[in-house]
Design a protein around this ligand. Structure first.
Ligand SMILES: [Zn+2]
Length: 451
């Protein structure tokens, strides 16, 4: 055995040297590519850096390498022309339900959830935060089944309920809302657990909110509140002006289910006071949490959301909500500019979950990128009650990059035409920029055929 290894080394050493020389020669012959991928001529929107202008974006090793009015196309291995399109940071959706795969019937820690990769890249989303499907008792199962297996960056608000979102029997059990083990789990998975969630509580007590805030204080992360049933014992103004801390997040802010508007149709003074204190207001559209008759007057009164999120789950995606771009479209339809809509779907939510490396296109940031098209035509947008607003603009996703690689390309703008390729073409990409059909690198094993 030892002898064989020795012989192998003797034989392989010149081989390795020869390969190295060939690589150097090939590299020189084709010029050194400084960048793996160049998105050329798009209208780049980067709220963090105050950019909304035509810019080239160059990527290297999964990170943003350069942003400039013009970058030499010869410096990139791959150039994609995105003129006429918006280039934005990968969208950050901080309210989704993606704890699928447990097999639990009728539960958000099961069948009501979706596998993230099937619903994210196709609409420009590269980061999601699960909103409380798991609690400290089942977070590590969620991590194993979903977070660690997804290409989408999956973060989580941990439910203050230890059992997570397994149904009302669990979610109303005050005895299972302990701050200490929740905080301990969050500290064990710092950066992955970005906050705590309280949701769907039906009782009159403040316990769920108070314990979530206690956990948030221990772990130094925010709390997201779905305020559950409307109870006179715990009015919304007390929640927003006394119970929550600056940086805590009130989701479902245009549901109208908890007096977000008063009887006269004015924004609840508690909402305005809460915002002054630094409480964050998030859309969380869902299947039952966004009504035109609430959102329209609130927006007209200047009460705009801090972040736009979907509350994605199996029923919202086929009802009024549909997907992240549809929720963004609704704010365009209410008069918000593309820049402001993008800010509330990238940089703002990234800051809310304390991930300031995301939601922007600074040099050195992860190259998570959405390439969006603003279409004009006749479109309709429906709310939780099935009421429609007609509008004439709609965002669609042309291409999505995750960590510098193309992971979605609607019209193949990064691809060669088939009839200009060699007759027996097989692979067309390169693993340095292509996350869909990457060419096998020397020494890389061929892909395992699908069973
Ligand atoms: Zn939700």
């Amino acid at each position: 055995m030892r002898h064989k290894t020795f012989v192998g080394q003797v034989v392989n050493l010149p081989h390795i040297l020869l390969s190295f020389v060939i690589l150097l020669l090939v590299g020189n012959a084709f010029g050194q590519a400084n960048y793996d991928l160049l998105l050329q001529g798009g209208h780049l929107i980067d709220a963090k850096n105050g950019i909304s202008a035509v810019r080239d974006l160059a990527i290297k090793d999964g990170e943003v390498a350069a942003v400039a009015p013009q970058i030499d196309p010869a410096s990139a291995l791959k150039v994609v022309n995105v003129s006429g399109l918006y280039v934005t940071p990968g969208l950050v959706d901080i309210h989704v339900h993606v704890y699928a795969g447990t097999g639990e019937r009728g539960s958000y820690a099961g069948d009501n959830s979706l596998y993230p990769d099937g619903y994210t890249f196709r609409v420009g989303v590269t980061t999601v935060a699960d909103a409380g499907c798991s609690g400290w008792r089942n977070f590590e199962d969620f991590k194993d089944k979903i977070i660690d297996r997804s290409k989408t960056r999956v973060l989580a608000f941990l439910n203050i309920v230890g059992a997570g979102m397994r149904g009302s029997r669990y979610e109303n059990d005050l005895a299972d809302m302990e701050a200490a083990p929740a905080a301990e789990m969050a500290l064990r998975h710092k950066g992955l657990i970005v906050g705590f969630k309280t949701a769907h509580y039906a009782g009159p007590e403040w316990t769920p909110v108070e314990h979530a805030v206690e956990a948030g204080t221990l772990a130094k992360i925010p709390v997201m509140v779905d305020f559950g049933s409307d109870r006179p014992e715990r009015p919304i103004d007390q929640l927003l002006t006394r119970k929550l801390r600056p940086g805590d997040i009130y989701t479902h802010c245009y549901s109208g289910l908890r007096h977000e508007l008063d009887e006269n149709g004015n924004v609840n003074p508690g909402m305005i006071e809460g915002r002054k204190r630094g409480v964050i207001f998030d859309v969380g559209h869902g299947s039952g949490s966004f009504a035109w008759r609430i959102a329209m007057p609130a927006m007209k009164q200047g009460f705009i959301p801090d972040s736009i999120s979907t509350d994605l789950h199996v029923s919202s995606m086929n009802s009024g909500m549909k997907d992240m771009l549809n929720v963004m479209d609704k704010f365009l339809a209410m008069g918000m500019s593309v820049d402001e809509v993008v800010r509330r779907s990238t940089w703002n939510p990234a800051r809310e979950i304390q991930h300031e490396e995301l939601g922007n296109l600074s040099v050195g940031a992860p190259a998570d990128v959405a390439v969006l098209k603003l279409e004009t035509g006749k479109f309709g947008f429906t709310d939780m009650y099935g009421a429609r607003l007609q509008a004439n603009q709609k965002l669609t996703c042309e291409m999505t990059l995750r960590a510098g690689k193309v992971v979605y390309d609607l019209n193949g703008i990064s691809r060669p035409d088939w009839d200009k390729l060699p007759k027996n073409y097989t692979q067309t990409g390169d693993s340095r920029w292509d996350g869909i059909t990457p060419q096998r690198r020397p020494g890389q094993r061929p892909p395992v055929p699908a069973k």
